[in-house]
Each structure stands twice: as C-alpha cells, then as structure tokens.
Ligand binder design. Structure first.
Ligand code: AOF
Ligand code: ZN
Length: 332
C-alpha cells in the first residue's frame, strides 16, 4: 500500500477534480506484476492503468489500491468490472470512496466472489486527497486562505502600497501551492484595484510547467472591466455576482471545484471566516513592521478573545527571508 500511495503521489501533484490514486498488482507469491496511477480527470483510473500493464498476468492477482475501486461510468468505465473481467482474486484498498456516484465497488467485487479488504493506511490516502475527500463528503470545496502580511499582521501600508511584502522565494512558493488548487478566488474589489492576472507564472513571467491553470474567480457585485487582466486568454475566468459565501461555494462545487485558493482582500477573507468556511490557512509572514495599514483580515465580527478562531499548525517553514505557516482551522 505504501508503494501504491507513492505511485499516486508521483503520478501528479494535482488530479483535481479527481483524487490521486495508485494501484499495485501482486502475483499470488507476492511479486509485483504492475504499478498504475491516475494522472487526472479524463485519463484512465489507477486500476485500469495497472491492469493494462499486467495483461493476462493479472488473473489470480491481488490488487492493492489506495481508493475503493469505482463502480460507475463517469469519464471512464467502472474499475470494479475491469478487475472482475481481468480475473483479479483479491482487492485491498485504503480509503472508501466518499463519492456516492462512484461508490459500491467493494460490494460489487464481493458479489462477484473477489476477496475484499479495506482500511489499510486509509488516513494516508485521505491526507493525500485532503481537499477532494472534504469536497466530496461535504459537497463544498475545501478552502485554503492564503495571506501575506508583516510581522504585525498588515497586508498593505497606510498609503495602500503592498508591493512587495514578501520576497521572491515566497511569491514563487505561492505559485506552486496555487497549482495544487482548482480555483483562485478574490473579491471584485481586488480585481478592480490591483488588476491581478491570477495565473501560474514564474519570476520571468513564463508559464509554470503545471498541467493546467486554475479557474480564476472574482466574487462580489461590482462589475469587472472588459479589459481586466483576469479576462485574458491565459486561463478561464468566472465572475460570481454574489456576496453570499455559501452561494458562491455551491456555484463552484457545481463546476466540480474541490479546492479553492482564497486570496484577498481582507473583507472577503473575513466573510469566509465569519461563515466558518475557511478550512486551512497558509500565512506568509515577512520580518517587517508597519504599525499601521490594512489588516490581513477584516470584518469577522469577532470582538472578544474567547471568540478567537483557533488553528492547529501543520507546518512552519522558512521560505527565502519569510516564514510560511500552514494551519488548519479547528472544527468542533
Ligand atoms: C479517479 N482515479 O484511479 C479512481 C477513481 O469521472 P471519472 O470516471 O474519472 O471518475 C471519477 C471518480 O471515480 C472519482 O471521483 C472517484 O470517486 C472514483 N475513483 N477516480 O479519478 C482513480 N479509482
Ligand atoms: Zn475507477
């Protein structure tokens, strides 16, 4: 199973809107027959890739898969049937499939006489598919709020200037993490004031070698100018004309967005936090002080320390001259 997880990890950084899945086929004496992985929506599932590599040798084999084999015809056919047709004798999977449209593979396999075991390293598969698992379970995209601020929590100086709070290494790091999401969300105010591109690019302005550009989303009721850079041909763009956080997330979920990367401004982040819709925070903190200016977060309605939103740190790393802290919002 560890090798199946590694295969999933190595195949792609981002398979969204699909999960990252790996599969190892073992002969009855434990030899590896084939390894397969899923490379993204529309491409074969991990089981199918492994089966096609193993060919006739798959008869009597054990399939070790990180996700319960699917039982549906989505963009591809059901893996349960493919495993049965190939004569696989036993299936061991990690994480159950939370997707009601695709689940039922285990039952289907058992009904066909295949031995099925589950749960092995399930938490690792879920961690590999944190946003996907959350989104499929709740029907809502997983929301990561990215902020960049000075040591005293300011995202812009008193005169409005904000370029650049963090250094080039941190900015490139943001690009890498953006690539792991499938939508980049900002408020219409940010689009109008900053005219950002919201695409994945490197410091020399060359497109980064990622599979695809995330959907660019502006949320809010202000009209977006025709010549705004988010409207260029580099990536798709969506204007969500609403101020309701859950309405926006429902609209994104309907478009198969599983992981939202929320960036600016402070009021939009405040609205998401107030609605309890921030799941994770990635904070880039620059060793700089302003003492005045725009706070990173605004309008949360929190007035007393007992109401502070508490997070659990999952990572602290120095990137260039700045600090990156990753933390999950505690949910009870
Ligand atoms: C994957 N890769 O290796 C497995 C998946 O639209 P489709 O046909 O690609 O189906 C996507 C669903 O299939 C996905 O949400 C999950 O429930 C199930 N299993 N998906 O993308 C895989 N095994
Ligand atoms: Zn499948």
């Amino acid at each position: 199973m560890r090798r199946a997880l590694d295969a999933a990890r190595e195949a792609t950084e981002n398979a969204l809107p699909n999960p990252r899945v790996g599969c190892v086929l073992l002969s009855p004496d434990g030899a590896t027959l084939a390894v397969g992985a899923h490379h993204g929506a529309g491409t074969p599932h991990a089981e199918v890739e492994a089966l096609s590599r193993a060919g006739a040798a798959a008869r009597g084999a054990t399939a070790v898969v990180t996700l319960e084999p699917c039982n549906h015809t989505g963009r591809t056919g059901p893996c349960s049937d493919a495993l049965i047709a190939a004569g696989v004798a036993r299936v061991v999977y990690a994480q159950g499939d939370p997707n009601p449209a695709a689940s039922g593979g285990a039952a289907r396999l058992r009904a066909a006489g295949v031995e099925v075991e589950s749960g092995l390293l399930a938490a690792e598969s879920e961690a590999l598919n944190l946003a996907w698992t959350h989104a499929v379970r709740t029907g809502r995209p997983y929301v990561t709020w990215k902020l960049a601020a000075t040591l005293d929590g300011r995202s812009a100086a008193a005169d409005g200037t904000s370029r650049w709070i963090t250094g080039p290494t941190a900015r490139l790091d943001v690009q890498r993490l953006r690539a792991g999401c499938d939508a980049i969300l900002v408020g219409t105010g940010t689009v109008i004031t900053d005219d950002p591109r919201l695409t994945l690019r490197d410091e020399e302005d060359a497109p980064l070698p990622y599979g695809r550009q995330p959907l660019r989303v502006a949320m809010g009721e202000r009209p977006i100018p025709d010549d705004a850079r988010v409207r260029d041909a580099e990536a798709p763009f969506l204007h969500l004309v609403t101020r309701d956080v859950d309405a926006a997330l429902a609209e994104l979920a309907a478009r198969e967005v599983r992981h939202v990367w929320l960036e600016g401004g402070p009021r939009l982040a405040g609205a998401f936090l107030g609605a309890d819709r921030i799941d994770e925070v990635v904070a880039y903190v620059a060793p700089a002080l302003l003492g005045a200016g725009t706070p990173a977060l605004n309008g949360t309605g929190i007035g007393t320390i007992a109401d502070a939103v508490r997070l659990d740190l999952t990572d602290v790393t120095q990137v260039g001259d700045d600090l990156r802290m990753t933390a999950r919002v505690r949910k009870d």
